[in-house]
Write a protein that binds this ligand. Structure first.
Ligand SMILES: NC(=O)c1ccc[n+]([C@@H]2O[C@H](COP(=O)([O-])OP(=O)(O)OC[C@H]3O[C@@H](n4cnc5c(N)ncnc54)[C@H](OP(=O)(O)O)[C@@H]3O)[C@@H](O)[C@H]2O)c1
Length: 374
């Protein structure tokens, strides 16, 4: 594909549950895109079923998960949205290709090992080229960060407790990614030092809109402890995620306990990796139904405190996975309009602004923002 007349955005993993949502919302922003994946026929079949696709300006590309092939595809574009996970397995060639082709990179990962690897290995290289490297541009991370950043608008906040509680149905790749999350210590920030959570333990938290407390979990520790590690005033960050389906959450916690006993205890690294790969490969492929606006609710909460109290910021909304489609497309929209406010390893909130992203979420979903003193 010549780079002349090239579409400005490549959605890699367009055939997946989330990839198609990103394409759907790029269409809402009237942004031309390339829908890419390892199987062009499958990508086309998915695109053919996208609501309103007849008015989208797009083309389909088949590409392998190899750096050279991906870089050739990305050349001449401005942004790549990477939605192929588990990212620890498939992500690095995509980051390398984005750097080689000189395009901004955003993805939907929440895998901390991948996050730390790209930050350390590629953050400065992206910054040198004036490019953004923004993993976690997705539900579970961006709305929670919007809440956290609104807390920080009061200058005396040094401690953040962040909770994401959604009624979502995990997708195939999300389920596979859970094993990748469990393979590493989930970390929180305690007085400027990253500490490991005790694995396999859930926490009860109050979530507005629910009569009974919800069961949440550090999941993989979240991105915010890493994002705020070098922050001048914030010294402590604890981030939790949960599904409002209690059975599902109890299942996730039991799964992690079993994983600790049966996989993390294996001494040989190669044997441990082989066991992990076998577990990931054993997850049967499935495609959950599209979310229902009136059923699949979401709630993101950040409580920010300092010596003299603080504030609690809550976003109540709907359709968590669909929010990822908007968050990605809205970030792309701003990146095409102006350079990012921060380059190198950064979040979408830092690059395009948390109030902008909040506004875009409000444009597409019923959304209630509540700010209270605590
Ligand atoms: N933070 C969040 O809230 C959030 C939200 C959504 C997604 N995510 C993450 O985003 C990732 C994708 O999720 P999803 O919901 O779209 O999952 P999905 O429906 O299972 O789709 C996975 C995508 O990856 C592609 N893929 C799988 N194996 C591949 C390989 N070996 N080479 C190239 N492409 C491959 C699939 O292509 P085929 O169709 O050809 O198999 C498909 O396009 C997951 O890691 C998930 O955890 C996070």
């Amino acid at each position: 594909m010549s780079s002349k007349g090239k579409k400005p955005v490549v959605v890699y993993g367009a055939s997946g549950y989330t990839g198609r949502l990103v394409c759907e919302f790029l269409r809402q922003y009237q942004i031309p895109f390339i829908a890419a994946g390892r199987d062009g026929k499958r990508v086309q079949e998915v695109m053919d079923k996208l609501p309103g696709i007849e008015t989208a300006d797009y083309e389909v590309a088949e590409v392998s998960n190899e750096t050279d092939d991906l870089a050739k595809l990305f050349k001449g574009a401005k942004v790549v949205c990477n939605i192929v996970g588990p990212f620890e397995r498939f992500g690095e060639p995509v980051v390398q290709a984005a750097l080689e082709a000189g395009v901004h990179y955003i993805d939907t990962t929440g895998e901390p090992a991948f996050l730390e690897m790209v930050k350390d290995k590629y953050g400065a290289k992206f910054a040198d080229k004036g490019l953004l490297l923004a993993p976690c541009t997705a539900y579970m991370y961006t709305p929670a960060e919007i809440c956290a950043r609104i807390c920080l608008e009061d200058g005396d906040i040094d401690t953040l407790e962040v909770v994401t509680a959604g009624g979502f149905v995990p997708t195939f790749a999300s389920t596979q990614s859970i094993y990748s999350l469990f393979s590493h210590d989930a970390k929180y920030l305690k007085n400027n030092v990253l500490e490991a959570w005790v694995p396999g333990k859930g926490y009860e938290v109050y979530v507005p809109g629910f009569a009974v407390n919800q069961l949440v979990h550090p999941w993989a520790g979240g991105n915010l402890p890493h994002v705020f590690k070098e922050h001048p005033t914030v010294h402590t960050v604890r981030q939790f995620s949960g599904n409002t389906d209690r059975d599902l959450m109890e299942g996730v916690i039991a799964m992690q306990q079993q994983f600790e006993e049966e996989v993390r205890s294996i001494k040989s690294e190669s044997k441990r990796k082989a066991t992990l790969d076998a577990m990931v490969d054993a997850v049967e492929s499935f495609m959950p139904p599209r979310e229902l606006t009136l059923v699949n609710r979401s709630c993101d909460i950040a409580t920010g405190t300092g010596s003299a109290g603080g504030r609690k910021v809550v976003i109540q909304s709907t359709s968590p996975y669909t929010q990822t489609g908007v968050i990605q497309a809205a970030t792309v929209n701003m990146l095409l309009a102006q350079p990012p406010a921060k380059v190198g390893f950064a979040t979408a909130c830092e690059a395009v602004g948390h109030h902008y992203l909040l506004g875009q979420l409000k444009s597409f979903f019923p959304l209630k923002l509540t700010i209270t003193d605590v």
